[in-house]
Write a protein that binds this ligand. Structure first.
Ligand code: NCD
Length: 306
């Protein structure tokens, strides 16, 4: 495995299968044995969140604190000098001076890459516009590994907003590191995965097919990755109104058509795409997936900073 020390985490394609497997092993060790001492004592992580977040921000913060490090940061531009007109780049420069690693989330595509260009220390992309969310993809792949023992050979559905969803885009790209049997990309035609994602998936040999009907493929799936329609990224609300509620995974559908051990993943937050009655069933793996975010991010921070 390559040394990950000091590296930026901008896209899931910045890493190889071996890097990811090393990370998963490390996260397993942390889960089973915990961490001894305070390995990141004295290190500071800056959380630069220009867009809302619950899990990404708080699980990074939890991970850092459990390793003995500290976290600083903000959760919106409000209260920062950006309100006085300071540029994004200057804000990043300051955070770079105060901390050892920056996690940045921004509504603009490419914002994390720009931060990495000006910062000396590692930058972790906590989500840039519709493009990338690499640490979420790491968690998603780690969840599959934990649930099934492997990602290879699985039939996986990815449902919902594959156009504007950065978690879905990074998950699809992340799957190209492995050898799933088949990947069904399920969305209304208006929300199909973007050309650049599909081109890379094809070039990297991912066996995928694009379908519109969940009913037709649900019976084949081992895992279904559900995503939220990304209302805030639609240039036109009317377009959103046309597709909202396009899919709802109901308990009836699962009981009638899904494999008995189908596992449902979701990066969360979920709104109405999963029937709440599913939450209490053995299909629901999204809370477990969110829980795995902490050990995975602990493993990542240790590899970048130790
Ligand atoms: C996702 C995000 O922000 O891209 N959330 C997350 O980090 N788990 C997904 C979403 O907002 O729908």
């Amino acid at each position: 495995m390559r040394d990950m020390r000091g590296r930026d985490v901008l896209s899931i394609l910045d890493f190889g299968r071996e890097d990811l497997e090393g990370l998963f092993e490390y996260a397993d060790i942390i889960r089973k044995r915990g961490v001894s001492g305070r390995p990141l004592q004295g290190k500071v992580m800056a959380l630069a969140f220009f867009e809302p977040s619950t899990r990404t921000r708080l699980s990074f913060e939890t991970a850092m604190k459990r390793l003995g490090g500290d976290a600083i940061g903000f959760t919106s531009e409000e209260g920062t000098s950006i309100e006085k007109g300071e540029s994004y780049v200057d804000t990043i420069r300051m955070l770079d001076a105060y901390s050892d690693v920056i996690v940045v989330r921004h509504k603009y595509d490419g914002a994390a890459k720009l931060a990495a260009e000006v910062a000396e220390n590692p930058v972790i992309n906590g989500g840039d516009g519709k493009q990338h969310h690499p640490t979420q993809a790491m968690i998603d792949l780690y969840t599959l590994k934990t649930l099934f023992g492997t990602v290879d050979g699985l039939t996986i559905g990815v449902l919902g907003d594959l156009k504007y969803g950065r978690a879905a885009s990074s998950f699809i790209l992340g799957l190209t590191h492995f050898r799933p049997k088949k990947v069904c990309l399920i969305s209304p035609p208006q929300l199909a995965a973007r050309r650049e994602v599909l081109d890379q998936a094809r070039e990297r040999g991912l066996p995928y097919e694009e379908v519109v009907s969940l009913d037709e493929v649900i019976g084949d799936l081992d895992a279904l990755y559900v995503t939220r329609i990304q209302k805030e990224r639609f240039p036109d609300v009317e377009e959103y109104e046309k597709v909202k509620g396009a899919y709802v995974v109901t308990l009836e559908l699962l009981q009638k058509k899904a494999k008995r051990d189908l596992k449902i993943l979701h990066p969360l937050p979920k709104v109405e795409e999963i029937d709440p009655r599913v939450d209490q069933t053995h299909y629901a793996s999204y809370y477990e997936q969110a829980r795995l975010g902490v050990p995975l991010r602990q493993a990542l921070l240790l590899k970048l900073l130790e």
